[in-house]
Design a protein around this ligand. Structure first.
Ligand code: CP
Length: 310
């Protein structure tokens, strides 16, 4: 699947560093030339502000022509499958489909078809969020210049989080030490394969990166009725008291959207240690890098254009 990006599970350190370097070149104004007109469509079957907008911005800045898709007015509402929808776009001449979908690993069925159209995963259910994970790696690398031996505390709604899953896989592969905190009902024994479970107080005090997760109210179902925001904030949120115990050099990350006052005190969202909005800026450049690698693998951008960056 050389011309797709659906997961970070098979990425190694060199590939991650390549993406970061390419994204940083775009940040410094790099441009690329296409061998022919190129078309992308962003198909979001779940709501999004950051991922959707920054993919579209990245596409436009690269020179890709963006076709609009609206799930609610598409023929998916008449029962057309995702596979048939993507095959239709391929038949019409779309080169890249960026897809967010509530079904975990929705992309397997598409990749099995060996399509010419490229699939870029914008998030699948509670599975993977590769572009978010890569922009997070870029943000960490810019701050610390390495991943080795960094202590990363991932806090909150672990079970529902594709960001947590992608990041725990990639960070441990890159040599960081991951630890977790959060409520019992959103914690699973399987996370022990990646790191230990500690208290929020311990993670706030000892982490180089305090990585907060959004409470995903849309995925809580019956649990939502019992959810008490104030009590969650007190027990598991980054409060001002916990903020003041963080190391001098430590940073706060959060994929956003943020539930202000729940997983983080509202005043801390833009505090000195917060990199939340920097993550979003990095996300646009990282998506330019992701799309460029896809286009190089498709032969639409010459490999020579990105040679020498590794
Ligand atoms: N972080 C993230 O995926 O945000 P959106 O849901 O707004 O795309």
């Amino acid at each position: 699947y050389k011309h797709d990006l659906v997961t970070v599970a098979d990425m190694d350190e060199d590939q991650v560093l390549h993406k970061i370097k390419l994204a940083q070149l775009f940040q410094r104004g790099k441009t690329v030339h296409f061998n022919r007109p190129t078309y992308a469509m962003n198909l979001f079957f779940e709501n999004s502000t950051r991922t959707h907008t920054s993919f579209e911005m990245a596409e436009r800045r690269l020179g890709i022509q963006v076709l609009q898709f609206n799930a609610g007015s598409s023929s998916v509402t008449k029962g057309e499958t995702l596979a048939d929808t993507i095959k239709t776009l391929q038949a019409i001449g779309v080169d890249i489909a960026v897809i967010r979908h509530p079904e975990n690993e929705y992309y397997r069925k598409l990749l099995d078809e060996n399509l010419k159209i490229s699939v870029v995963n914008g998030g699948d259910g509670s599975g993977q969020h590769p572009s978010q994970s890569l922009l997070d790696m870029m943000t960490i690398y810019q701050e610390f210049g390495t991943f080795k031996n960094l202590n990363v505390g991932i806090i909150g709604d672990l079970n529902h989080s594709r960001v947590a899953r992608s990041n725990m896989e990639l960070l441990t592969k890159l040599g960081a030490h991951v630890s977790f905190a959060g409520p019992d009902q959103w914690y699973d024994q399987k996370f022990e394969d990646y790191g230990q479970r500690l208290t929020v107080d311990e993670l706030a005090k000892n982490s180089d990166i305090v990585m907060l997760l959004r409470v995903q109210k849309e995925r809580l179902g019956q649990e939502l009725a019992d959810f008490d925001a104030a009590s969650y904030h007190e027990q598991f949120g980054l409060t001002k008291d916990r903020y003041h115990t963080m190391k001098d050099h430590a940073i706060i990350m959060h994929p956003a959207p943020v539930n202000r006052g729940i997983e983080i005190d509202s005043d801390l969202v833009e505090a000195d240690k917060s990199r939340i909005f920097k993550q979003m800026t990095n996300g646009m450049y990282m998506r330019m890098a992701i799309l460029t690698d896809v286009l190089v693998n498709k032969g639409i951008v010459n490999k020579a254009e990105i040679e020498g960056i590794d």
